[in-house]
Design a protein around this ligand. Sequence first.
Ligand SMILES: Cc1cc2nc3c(=O)[nH]c(=O)nc-3n(C[C@H](O)[C@H](O)[C@H](O)COP(=O)(O)OP(=O)(O)OC[C@H]3O[C@@H](n4cnc5c(N)ncnc54)[C@H](O)[C@@H]3O)c2cc1C
Ligand SMILES: NC(=O)c1ccc[n+]([C@@H]2O[C@H](COP(=O)([O-])OP(=O)(O)OC[C@H]3O[C@@H](n4cnc5c(N)ncnc54)[C@H](O)[C@@H]3O)[C@@H](O)[C@H]2O)c1
Length: 463
Amino acid sequence: MSQRFDAVIVGAGQAGPPLAERLGKTGRKVAVIERKLVGGTCVNTGCIPTKSMVASAYVAQVGRRAASYGVRAGEEIGVDMERVWKRTQGISGQSRGSVEKWLAGMTNVSLLRGHATFESPHALRVGDDLIEAEEIFLDVGGRADVPAMLGVDTVPYLTNTGILQLRELPKHLVIVGASYIGLEFGQMFRRFGSQVTIVERSDRLLPHEDQDVAAAIADILQGEGISLHLAAECIELRGHAGDIRVVAKCPGPPREVSGTHLLLATGRRPNTDTLGLEKTGVATDKKGYITVDDQCRTNVPGIWAMGDCNGKGAFTHTSYNDYEIVAANLIDNEPRRISDRITVYGLFIDPPLGRIGLTEQDALKQGYNVRVGKRPMTRVGRAVERGETLGFMKTIVDGDSEQLLGAAILGVNGDEVVHTLLDVMYAKATYRTVTHAVHIHPTVAELLPTTLQSLTAVARSST
Ligand SMILES: Cc1cc2nc3c(=O)[nH]c(=O)nc-3n(C[C@H](O)[C@H](O)[C@H](O)COP(=O)(O)OP(=O)(O)OC[C@H]3O[C@@H](n4cnc5c(N)ncnc54)[C@H](O)[C@@H]3O)c2cc1C
Ligand SMILES: NC(=O)c1ccc[n+]([C@@H]2O[C@H](COP(=O)([O-])OP(=O)(O)OC[C@H]3O[C@@H](n4cnc5c(N)ncnc54)[C@H](O)[C@@H]3O)[C@@H](O)[C@H]2O)c1
């Protein structure tokens, strides 16, 4: 059967549903095509389930430290993975249900179930149906990228999807990849009670972060008993379920770690390989990310790409912002641009890292007159009162314009506190806006003015 719509959105992740609502309200007849679970990665296998599990892991950790707060916690802390799983599935399921209900209530919007592939630039096949539209918006997201390691075809492994279904605690979880996914899962499973080993090919954690930030994160994780094996390349997988070995064959002599379970957290790839893009002429880069301009338009008129699949961001907030950019330009005649976006993300280990703008190393590379203000969390009253003093606050300022270039807040509430500085950056105000502001006592944010009053010049060679 052939059906005609004014607009079709492929993928009901973070950008698709809000755009459907806006387009439907303009009077367009809209179809949203989803092949699997409404809500996409974030709701079902990403942010929401992982942050729910991070919360369980946090409670376990606080429980272990209860005596230091003068609290008698009773018996030894134990984690019931079945209940952690049920809680996580409950939260994720509730969120998915909300998106389903939201979509169902939208004016002029139909949800079609199935995998969409292009037949031509303005026609998509979904099962037996041909869906045609002048405007097509791709929000197809991505999935775990599994490298072609030796042994990967025979040795059982988990990705972010499978690990969320574990209902028993792994005795020893080995993780390949020490970035967002590897570190968040690594710390939470350690706190649940697993032995955890993380194997990473770079010679330090998080090479895109400043050295001091990466080193502090390594200390935090090692302090909880996580083993880090860095500079591990040419990885070969060996063994079988329950007895898995990860062998790094270079550089230097082979090094082997073994465990009961294996998580591959080695990056993501876009879901563009099964879209039939070759029938549209839509350009992609060599990794398969759809090439878009500053308004999320592809090179083919009438086709847009939003979210993880365009490679301009890899977060829920960047995907949602892509929707805002498309809606602003297409519906509101407002020239919003991807390039106006300031880098912002959290790494949800505990304590969390809140990051905005440039790192110190990147600011120096870009030739700024860099000034850095730093303060350890041991000198933040609120952190001391809470007994959570790991990490530090770091602010990076351009000495010429006095504008904030970036910040890294690794510490209790760092993921929230960093927004104080982000909004000042969006306002293009100078850092003195923060130093002149009166903040609530006792909070972590109240020490941002003091941190900014301690700015010192950084020489180019210091990173
Ligand atoms: C473990 C993990 C934790 C994360 N934690 C965070 C976090 O804390 N904060 C954060 O900001 N980001 C986080 N992310 C990233 C975040 O989940 C993604 O950036 C976000 O979900 C991207 O949204 P999207 O709409 O671009 O794509 P997705 O959410 O992936 O949605 C794409 C949708 O398209 C559907 N689809 C794909 N191809 C087709 C097709 N051909 N036909 C029909 N439907 C199709 C898919 O089924 C999917 O539902 C995390 C990711 C992972 C994996
Ligand atoms: N807090 C958050 O916002 C959050 C949380 C989880 C995931 N995410 C999103 O998910 C995406 C994917 O996260 P990720 O951590 O899987 O990927 P990533 O691309 O950030 O990091 C992959 C890591 O694996 C290492 N690696 C890759 N191949 C390897 C190999 N063959 N051997 C050893 N090490 C190898 C890389 O050096 C890198 O450190 C991120 O881009 C992020 O946007 C975000």
